[in-house]
Design a protein around this ligand. Sequence first.
Ligand SMILES: [Zn+2]
Length: 412
Amino acid sequence: MNIRKFIRLFSCTATLCMCALCLSAKTKKSVFIIIDGVPADQIERLHTPAIYDIASKGAYSRAYTGGEIGSYSQTPTISAIGYTNLLTSTWMNKHNVNGNDNLNPNYNYPTLFRIAKDQKRDVTTALYSSWTDNRTVLLGEGKEETNHLKIDYVKDGYDHDNAAFPKKGNDLHIFDIDERVSKDAAEGIRNDAPDLTWVYLWYTDDAGHIWGNGELFDRYVYKADEQVARIWEAVKYREANFDEEWMIVVTTDHGRTDSGHGHGQQSERERTTWISTNVPVNEHFASEKLAIVDIAPSISRFMGFEVPRDILWEQDGIPFVGKTDIHTLKAMPYDDKVELSWQSYANDAPIEIYAATDNKFNTGGTDEWIKVADVKPGSEKATIDLKKLPESKFYKFIVTTPSNHIGRWLNK
Ligand SMILES: [Zn+2]
């Protein structure tokens, strides 16, 4: 066979193989559920059936929220702040959501929903939510700042529908709304199978505020788990009947004070959350470094989303699916130098370090990232000479490998 014929035959065979791969690859879909304000010790003590059934296919682990205590990323353990930590994979110093009302999100840090819509392929999105502000404020649907984000399937607004859901004692109308939203979500997944779905369930937080730790709060955590079960059943129905592979993530936005009534501060119980997922996880998932900001990068990776470098490098999370190499970046200045140090999950990855001396991203601009070092695989520190960078009082550092990046700010 002459070489040209061989190449033609080879490329035909390769094309056929690739087509076979296309046909055999299942369509990936993802859904994340936030049940509000359920401490890790409570979910573990109750061992709620649906959440643990999901984890039996993948994994369960404790996680944290609240950023880094005492540093620029410290973030109150408050609800809308927590959802935004998840959606943007950033802490409050970036996303700027600082409470539950009068909010002014910094939309320059795009949510997972915008990343989904910016893919070259068509990605359908859905929101089933007991709190309307999740769509109108946090995701910023239709706003100029979010490039007029559109969500394909929406069920919310019940919290403003006093006729259908009249106010009840102990705020139990919110529980009724969660019931409706979880049924809507299960139906939507069964019938429409959106590519990316967010389900938000509210009442557990009210139950904690009203009763604190006790049998009544526990009862409504079990009921939230039944709502999760509806959605999990819908996911299993899709996988059994369609050529689809689903990633489900169930989590909470913050823990609570020791009494169970409050949250918002930085106590260990308020900062401690948890994540349950049905997909295989990497060693980061079981580490004590697992955080709420890791969820969006993990879903992104599972879905095969392409995330532009400048957006990716602003994300504070690390994927808990697939390979990760490094975590936990520290930056210690010493005169005109800074010592960067980090920890490794793998010792085989080449490491590159970049710096920016401004934060133009924060106001919608583009930062100039300057490569400052190549580091040997397995190294866990590097000294950077700041004199080789434009003079500044503020620096952003990124340490990156082929599998993941970690970042840190330095104020001099
Ligand atoms: Zn909350």
